[in-house]
Design a protein around this ligand. Structure first.
Ligand SMILES: N[C@@H](CCC(=O)N[C@@H](CS)C(=O)NCC(=O)O)C(=O)O
Length: 205
């Protein structure tokens, strides 16, 4: 059984959803409840995934490990479609995620509200540009990979929830909203949310 080191609503929610889709519902380890997460991942970032003695870090690398190991429809088996699906995972993880991470970074700066708003707006413009790229990538399809959900759609859906924490306007096209709604409606996503909330409650958060 996998053990997933997670924070509620963080990018680890995407790893959790993918694990559920692979019928590998993980044992949960909330990093809020750990004193020594740095021993698991020196970067102190979720997700981290333990399997036996092995601990894996970096969300995209973990996803590729899981999708290579377990049979699934989330990553095409070969060819140019597989390459595009990997490209989309990397786009989500290495372009969209850092764009949203700036909002958290700005929020934690000790600056006056006016300066923070200027910075939030600059960060928001980049996020909005990247969502336009997603809209182009969808090319009229329900999901990035076509008509069935891919790992990249799940990553993007998790990040999309973070905008609500900040004073930023992030408009999403109807096509993107439909894609996100379909991800949020997945039983695997709902189960991941439910299990993380139950685990938090267990720890008194
Ligand atoms: N490159 C890392 C980034 C992960 C990341 O930024 N995780 C955030 C949560 S979404 C985190 O753990 N932040 C806490 C921190 O950076 O201290 C990955 O893709 O796994």
């Amino acid at each position: 059984m996998y053990r997933l080191f997670y924070s509620p609503d963080a990018c680890s929610l995407a790893t959790h959803t993918v694990l559920n889709l692979l019928d590998q519902s993980p044992q949960l380890a909330s990093v809020n409840a750990l004193d020594c997460f740095a021993k698991i991942n020196p970067a102190k970032q979720v997700p981290a995934l333990q399997y036996g003695e092995e601990v894996m870090c970096e969300g995209a690398a973990i996803l590729l490990y899981l999708l290579n190991k377990h049979e699934n429809d989330l990553l095409p088996a070969n060819g140019v479609q597989r390459q595009h699906a990997i490209e989309n995972i990397m786009f989500a993880n290495a372009s969209m995620h850092p764009a949203y991470s700036r909002l958290f970074f700005i929020n934690n700066l000790e600056l006056d509200q006016e300066t923070k708003l200027i910075l939030f707006n600059a960060a928001r413009e980049h996020i909005n540009h990247l969502w336009q790229v997603v809209d182009q990538k969808l090319r009229g399809n329900a999901f990035l990979g076509g008509e069935s959900v891919s790992a990249a759609d799940i990553l993007l859906a998790v990040y999309s929830r973070w905008g609500a924490y900040f004073p930023v306007d992030i408009p999403l096209s109807e096509r993107i909203q439909a894609m996100l709604k379909n991800v949020f409606a997945l039983d695997a996503f709902k189960l991941a949310l439910k299990n993380e909330q139950a685990d938090q409650k267990k720890h008194g958060y």
